[in-house]
Design a protein around this ligand. Structure first.
Ligand code: SF4
Length: 371
């Protein structure tokens, strides 16, 4: 099963509780980035292009635990950079589990096998291994040969020791849907518990700008993948309506507050993908962010985004409001033909602002490098 029953029940109760109380904006998954340093340099990554003093900074164990307490999200996804490069990552995971949060530790798996004995298997902990395709595609995507084989070896060892293991797969333009389908089969056969899949976001700082997907191409790609996968038993770690959205069957607006991001700069505005500013506290992030200024149709940088960190929370909220619709898609599968849901018009979006250098200079000047 992609999601343990305990997680389904606890997160379901949390979401329904928020809806019954009429809470308009609430976090679902805290994206925690305790460091930006990585041991790979992927062409599609927009996270590691910082000067060394900032790449050397770390969130402390207490910073991480406090971030989870402040926002209260039931699920924490620890990303980065490469979280296994953080010397106290096991203490961060243990502390979050002690708060009864479901922890997904995202990793490129280069260090995973070596570090397995620092972690304990259980329903609150899942490895989320970055794999963008089978051997050739993945090694090309991470710009280093041999990474796929090390990741698969780590996955097999983790499964042998009783851990839950998901794969986290980002798709780029030019992806062959039939090969993706074969890769998902291969991953399921390797014994993984679930698949998280998303189109790559066009990070403005990513070295390779040529292979990011537009929304139209994204929808067709996912239709083709789901069509190729008819009858196969892929366990997605995502809601049925989010998958339906990827295939062009839902018109959703982004809910960036659903996956808030806490990193070495503070609480990132507005989302995991875009760093347009930083708040010191969770409350400040929620109260002082102009949420209407972001999302597809509102802001040029959001035009092509269909990433789960913006749209999964929207799909979950829709599932609570329309459980029958969600059930139908879960039961019968995602529709892969016929007309697509209307697209959000882009004619009123505000132009992109380029603020990266300003934030980096400010971070270097004001706070200086820490630990
Ligand atoms: S659409 Fe939402 S998730 Fe995507 S970049 Fe914009 S604010 Fe972030």
């Amino acid at each position: 099963m992609a999601v343990p029953l305990l997680q389904t029940a606890m997160v379901g109760a949390y979401v329904v509780g928020r809806h019954l109380r009429g809470v308009k904006r609430y976090p679902l998954v805290l994206m925690l980035e305790p460091l930006f340093r990585c041991n790979l340099a992927c062409a599609g990554c927009g996270k590691i292009d910082y000067p060394d003093p900032l790449l050397n900074r770390r969130l402390s164990v207490e910073d991480c635990l406090e971030a989870a307490r402040e926002c209260g999200a039931p699920v924490v996804s620890i990303a980065g950079g490469e979280p296994l490069l953080h010397a106290e990552i096991d203490r961060i995971v243990d502390g979050l589990i002690a708060q009864r949060r479901f922890v997904y530790l995202c990793t490129n798996a280069l260090l995973m096998e070596k570090r397995l004995d620092r972690f304990k298997p259980g329903p609150f902990f899942t490895w989320s291994v970055h794999l963008d395709g089978s051997r050739a595609e993945h090694d090309a995507s991470v710009c280093q040969a041999g990474v796929y084989d090390r990741a698969v070896a780590a996955i097999r060892e983790a499964k042998k020791r009783g851990f839950r293991v998901n794969i986290n797969c980002t798709l780029f333009d030019g992806t062959d849907p039939v090969r993706v389908a074969a890769f998902f089969d291969e991953a399921m056969e390797a014994g993984i518990d679930g698949i998280t899949v998303s189109p790559g976001y066009a990070y403005e700082r990513a070295p390779d700008q040529a292979h990011f997907l537009t929304r139209r191409r994204t929808k067709q790609l996912f239709r083709d993948i789901f069509q190729a996968g008819r009858g196969r038993r892929w366990a997605f770690n995502q809601s049925s309506l989010f998958l339906d959205f990827l295939a062009g069957n839902q018109s959703y607006r982004c809910s960036p507050w659903g996956n808030p991001t806490r990193n070495v700069f503070g609480w990132q505005r507005p989302c995991y993908l875009l760093g347009e500013g930083y708040a010191t506290t969770w409350r400040e992030l929620m109260d002082e962010t102009d949420w209407d200024a972001y999302g597809t149709g509102n802001y040029e940088k959001c035009a092509d985004c269909m990433v789960h960190s913006g749209y999964e929370a929207t799909a979950v909220a829709d599932s609570v409001r329309n459980p029958l619709k969600a059930f139908r898609v879960a039961r019968h599968g995602v529709r892969t033909d016929g007309g697509m849901a209307p697209e959000i018009p882009l004619d009123r979006q505000r132009p992109a602002e380029y603020v990266f250098s300003r934030h980096v200079e400010k971070a270097l000047e004001e706070t200086g490098p820490k630990r």
